[in-house]
Design a protein around this ligand. Structure first.
Ligand SMILES: [Zn+2]
Ligand SMILES: [Zn+2]
Length: 279
């Protein structure tokens, strides 16, 4: 068995996985999930994709420092949507990298960071950023958490950055931390996808996920995606092997009822119900 690995890890040439695990309690067990960030390195510019959970900033800053020597300056920060696990480090990244321009849907950020308004660039599907030798393209967000979500794609290594798509937890006890999806052989992707659907993508229980699974395949084919860098799941290096499991996970997660509330044992005991009888 491959043991846990430390981040950063290079997913594909010039594409680095950053971040740290977050504990998630469900079904009486402790699951781990990622709120990852990525560094995409071109010949002229580097780009940070997602910011990590607010608690992860010191770690991500440290991981970036180990990589940054000799790399082109961070000129862009792309965030898939405004939710805290994706955007919570935004102010600190813009402060730490004064050349960086925030890209993507920029709704509402000006309220929180009026001092950085001149460093925000609105992008939508089809817009491109040239990093030198590779382009970052904004693509259709097939599975979205917020209305403002966008996904990204690296033209050089054909890496998809799908934010909340491909979202699933991993087993800390099995040493999955820092592993790629194909290395975590004991991971039951349908089960951990269902856990994530409960916690973060609850709408998937009220819709026909076959439509989304088909659209996901359309996007994979359209861009000839070779690698997938999800914010919450483990990076996928072999979509041919892993994509069928993800599809199964999306369909399974949407088909089962919610598995329970956060599993603090006091709160998971059935509550006594007192019924006042009418006389
Ligand atoms: Zn998310
Ligand atoms: Zn972990």
């Amino acid at each position: 068995m491959i043991g846990p690995k430390e981040l950063p890890r290079e997913i594909a040439p010039g594409v680095f996985w950053l971040g740290d695990c977050l504990e998630q309690r469900a079904n009486g067990k402790i699951y781990h999930t990622y709120n990852a960030a990525f560094l995409l390195v071109g010949n002229d510019a580097s780009m940070i994709i997602e910011t990590g959970h607010p608690k992860d900033f010191p770690k991500i800053e440290q991981q970036l420092a180990t990589l940054k020597k000799g790399l082109p300056p961070v000129k862009y920060l792309f965030v898939t949507h405004q939710e805290t696990p994706h955007a919570g480090g935004l102010g600190r990244i813009l402060h730490r990298f004064p050349e960086a321009v925030l890209c993507g849907d920029i709704s509402d950020y000006h309220w929180a960071f009026p001092q950085y308004v001149h460093r925000m660039k609105s992008l939508r599907e089809g817009d491109e950023l040239d990093l030198g030798g590779r382009k970052f393209v904004v693509v259709e967000p097939v599975i979205r958490d917020l209305r403002t979500t966008w996904w990204g794609f690296d033209t050089k290594e054909r890496v998809l950055f799908p934010g909340d798509g491909f979202a699933y937890s991993h087993y800390h006890e099995d040493g999955h931390c820092g592993l790629f999806a194909e290395e975590a052989i004991s991971l039951d992707i349908p089960e951990v996808s269902a856990v994530f659907a409960d916690r973060a993508l609850f709408w998937t229980k009220f819709t026909d996920m076959n439509l989304y699974v088909n659209r996901l395949q359309y996007l994979m084919d359209k861009y000839d995606v070779q690698f997938i860098a999800p914010t919450h799941g483990l990076p996928i290096l072999n979509p041919k092997v892993t994509l069928p499991k993800i599809k199964e996970g999306l369909l399974f997660g949407s088909s089962v009822p919610e598995s329970g509330t956060e599993s603090d044992p006091i709160h998971t005991k059935p509550k006594k119900v007192f019924v006042k009888e009418d006389d």
